[in-house]
Ligand binder design. Structure first.
Ligand code: FAD
Ligand code: SIN
Length: 539
């Protein structure tokens, strides 16, 4: 690992992001191309990623007696509410087991039963027990194993504390004249080296964006502070295609601890093992909303909780685990058990206060079945991408699987093409002329607070046309002020993240406004029904 010492200005394969998507891709490329240089950059510590926080596990078909690819495909399509790309769903489900075997070979552990088979969890929307996991800290275990493998690899350089500010792209003239499909090339990135505070450039033949999610655009989120939608915003600025941003998944059960960022997740697997949702009076309520009760798909459970909180005027409901086998609970969920205890909640005796929190972005950078974006030599995978797997609502624990399958597909395609892609050498340096040190960082903090407030109030679980219009007007002001600040101020991660989050907010509200229906995670009371037209919103 190199601490933001950007010693090298040129690389063959550049990877932005050190989560499951970026690390898996880098390991595969390195194994296939030992003569090539692979550079991974990450904006904070190497393991600070959404991946590290994953709890429930990886949904994958492995018990062929009780489960089948067809069942996993159907569950994914049902959760996606008509918008999944069936071909992609089949690819991910069928290629998944092989990808899981690879991370096991790289050293990731998953819990097994006494019989030596995987211990399988169940989550909302799954018709079978099929989620492999490592206790309730699956993501931490995967991240550990992948980083260990990366560190053993001599042709991979991992640079931490290096913030990608923008892609380096060139637009070909034909596009400007005809305004037809953009023909854009990517040549690398401008980075802010957080050790020197200088902007440097890293040139690459092929670049992969694996920058994760954007939960930080909301006030309450399960995502860590790195999840600021940087990749999506950069690609949008470079005029790449972005898709289905209105589908923000709120996890129904984050531990209710007002003011805590990021909110601690109580995995859906707890409900899979028998946890029951109750309102503030201790009454069960899911039967009023869905026959699948607490294990209905997330959009339905999150809306049911939202409705119950509104009826009772409260900010949380309860998850009741008191009736569960506590020995089993502590064995499967040691992290949750300890976290609750530290918050004064003894799961054996107390119900856990929970409320929905922004959790996962189903849309993102539009890619094809090989992870290619609409920009040449630029790939994307993981949470920042939109592959067509999730449609209008992601099936629980499908995202780690998707990241592995698409990292593999990006690698297959990229190594085939690398020899024909030259490095561009005549790229100008970053122009910081006319910018000065920020006078007041508090302006950035205040704008961020306003942004989170706007998004939480107007683009939450339940939306209306009026709320969307209000959000657009308010975002316009924030956008104008932040762009002016960006023009005159030296670049900092805080300013870049604010700018990126405003772009993400704008993309969410724009896509939400274009969708004249309620579908999956996008619920607009002015259009309570689904329309007959089934389409993706591409910006
Ligand atoms: P990440 O793991 O988020 O990695 C993103 C990387 O990009 C980071 O290294 C970050 O530093 C870097 N980066 C971002 N911007 C920049 C920049 N400007 N410059 C440089 N580097 C940058 N999914 C499941 O399938 N199963 C689960 O059980 C599950 N549980 C979850 C629990 C929680 C609490 C959360 C938050 C998510 C969970 N998910 C789960 C979702 C899943 O964890 C993520 O979708 C997945 O890990 C994303 O991986 P990624 O590689 O795309 O991005
Ligand atoms: C969870 O463990 O409940 C989260 C799973 C996911 O987001 O896929």
């Amino acid at each position: 690992m190199v601490l933001a010492k950007v010693t090298m200005q040129q690389t063959d394969f550049l990877v932005i992001g050190s989560g499951i998507a970026g690390l898996t891709y880098a390991l595969k490329v390195a194994a296939e191309c030992p003569d090539k240089k692979i550079t991974i950059i990450t904006k904070t510590r190497e393991d600070e990623t959404n991946t590290k926080y994953a709890q429930g596990g990886v949904a994958v078909v492995n018990d062929l007696e009780n489960d089948s690819f067809e069942k996993h495909i159907d569950d994914t399509l049902i959760a996606g509410d008509g918008l999944c790309n069936k071909q992609i769903v089949e690819i991910v489900v069928k290629e998944g087991p092989e990808r899981v075997n690879e991370i096991i070979e790289w050293g990731a552990n998953f819990d097994k039963n006494d019989t030596g088979t995987f211990s399988l969890g169940r989550e909302g929307g799954h018709s079978e027990f099929r989620v492999i996991h490592y206790k309730d800290v699956t993501g931490k275990e995967i991240e550990r194993a992948l980083l260990d493998a990366i560190h053993k690899n001599p042709n991979i350089e991992l640079i931490t504390h290096c913030f990608v500010v923008d892609l380096i792209t060139q637009h070909h003239l034909g596009y400007l004249i005809t305004k037809s499909t953009p023909d854009i090339e990517c040549y690398g990135v401008y980075v802010l080296n957080l050790l020197t505070n200088k902007i440097e450039k890293i040139l690459s033949r092929i670049t992969l964006v694996a920058t994760g999610g954007n939960g930080q655009v909301y006030r309450s989120t399960t995502n860590p502070p790195i999840a600021t939608g940087d990749g999506v915003a950069m690609v949008y600025r470079a005029k790449g295609r972005i898709e289905n941003m209105e589908f923000i998944q709120f996890h129904p059960t984050a531990l209710y601890q007002p003011g805590v960022n990021n909110a601690f997740l109580i995995t859906e697997a707890v409900r899979g093992d028998g946890g029951i949702l109750r309102n503030i009076h201790g009454e069960e309520f899911m039967h009023k909303y869905d026959a699948r009760l607490s294990l209905a798909p997330r959009d339905i459970v999150a809306r049911a909780i939202d409705s119950e909180m509104k009826i009772d005027g409260t900010e949380f409901v309860y998850l009741d685990c008191r009736h569960m086998d506590m020995e089993k609970f502590v064995h499967h969920f040691p992290n949750i058990y300890e976290k609750c205890l530290s918050a004064g909640i003894d799961v054996k005796k107390d119900m856990i206060p929970v409320s929905p929190a922004a959790h996962y972005s189903c849309g993102g950078i539009k890619v094809n079945e090989w992870g290619r974006t609409s920009i040449n030599n630029l790939y994307a995978c993981g949470e920042c991408s939109s592959t067509g797997l999730h449609g209008a609502n992601r099936l629980a624990s499908n995202s780690l699987l998707e990241a592995m399958v698409f990292a593999h597909r990006c690698y297959i395609d990229a190594v085939k093409r690398i020899a024909s892609i030259p490095l561009k050498n005549d790229v100008p340096d970053w122009n910081a002329a006319g910018t000065t040190a920020p006078k007041e960082m508090i302006l950035i903090t205040q704008s961020l607070k306003e942004l989170k407030q706007i998004m939480s109030d107007y683009l939450g679980i339940v939306r209306t046309n009026e709320r969307l219009q209000r959000a657009i007007r308010r975002l316009d002001i924030l956008h104008e002020e932040t762009e002016a600040l960006y023009e005159r101020t030296e670049v900092s991660p805080q300013l870049c993240e604010l700018r990126n989050l405003i772009t993400v907010g704008y993309l969410i509200v724009k896509s939400a406004s274009f969708r004249k229906e309620s579908r999956g995670l996008h619920f607009n009371t002015d259009y309570p029904q689904k329309s007959a037209l089934v389409q993706n919103i591409v910006l």
